[in-house]
Design a protein around this ligand. Structure first.
Ligand code: MG
Length: 337
């Protein structure tokens, strides 16, 4: 199998304002594997917060070239995934792109869409939310009108007293179900008070209210929270699940955190065994990664796969959305074009 890669810079439709940073562009790296006239594609959307950058991803790709170069059909993607995990344990985003590319190739080779290759029922897809980043009231209003096709919005909070203003602005424009993502932006007393208030505002759940270091505070908050609380920054891989069962009601699983599609499937099962609800999410990235993850969406409770909708130069087209519900492509592999 031939293996190559390409870095591209995505530009955001709106500057993405989080509790602690502003992002206007994002670099991703595409992994491409080709053999027998077929090309498989995968995407790494690395985040320096989790210790990976386009440079570290490319460094891992260079080292992994002999591993991918040695595979010939028929082969086991599971074995390849295990070998990559052993060789590059700290490179979740890079591994995710390679496994994604190989699965895309395998789907094309076997003439199956990814969900069939993974034996998943495409009829059971959930609704995906659309993210509204922190912004000025007039920009919030514009974003809400652009999200017309999405019945559920994910609202970013974590800006002190301005949080109330954000929520009130959103509520002036829509009665839709909301999910709130705080990206570690609150302390525990603030979180308790704000969650009480949010529970009166048709909010469904709150993601990562406290800094990831504060697991003791999170146990306290979980016991008194009027809304389900979900872990994002606190849970990267399967190994992290056990440590949060007392702190959260659910986990947000992402390919670039957990190491790819096969690790994500295992993680979904592990979370369920531990009575945790499961959300799947994404980074700011293209349709390659969000569509790959969408193939797992029938296995989960909540989906937040809007990364490709937040950019204005997505080179691909992937899954469609009908009134927010994910429609998986029936093309072979990931099904992007
Ligand atoms: Mg989050």
């Amino acid at each position: 199998m031939e293996f190559s890669w390409k870095e591209i810079t995505l530009t955001l439709r709106y500057p993405f304002i989080l509790s602690d940073s502003v992002i206007t562009e994002k670099k991703v790296v595409f992994a491409e594997c080709s053999a027998e006239g077929l090309i498989g594609i995968g995407e790494a959307a690395p985040s320096s917060y989790y210790g990976e950058t386009p440079q570290t991803v490319i460094a891992v790709f260079e080292k992994a070239r002999p591993i991918l170069g040695n595979i010939r059909f028929p082969f086991s993607v599971e074995s390849l995934n295990d070998e990559l995990l052993r060789s590059f344990p700290d490179a979740a985003s890079a591994r995710s792109a390679m496994v994604m590319a190989v699965l895309d190739w395998m789907g094309k080779k076997q003439n199956l869409p990814l969900y069939k290759l993974l034996q998943i029922d495409a009829a059971k897809t959930p609704v995906t939310s659309f993210t509204i980043g922190i912004d000025q009231p007039e920009v919030l209003a514009k974003k809400i009108s652009e999200a017309e096709n999405f019945p559920i919005l994910k609202i970013k909070l974590g800006k002190g007293d301005y949080d109330y203003e954000i929520l009130k602005t959103v509520r002036r424009h829509t009665g839709k179900t909301l999910r709130v993502d705080v990206n570690e932006g609150w302390n525990k007393e603030e979180a308790a008070k704000k969650i009480d208030w949010l529970s009166q505002q048709n909010v469904e759940l709150v993601e990562q209210p406290l800094p990831k270091e504060n697991l003791d505070d999170m146990i306290w908050l979980h016991q008194r929270s009027a809304l389900p609380v979900f872990a994002d920054e606190n849970v990267l891989t399967i190994k992290d699940i056990q440590s949060v069962t007392e702190c959260f009601d659910g986990v947000n699983i992402k390919l670039d955190k957990c190491g790819g599609l096969l690790e994500a499937v295992k993680m979904i099962r592990t979370a369920r065994r531990n009575s945790l609800k499961v959300m799947i999410g994404c980074m700011i990235q293209t349709s390659v990664g969000t569509t790959a993850m969408a193939h797992l969406s029938p296995l989960v409770d909540y989906a937040d796969l809007d990364g490709h909708l937040l950019i204005n130069n997505d080179p691909y087209k992937g899954f469609a959305v009908d009134h927010g519900r994910i429609q998986l492509p029936s093309l072979q592999g990931i099904g992007i074009h």
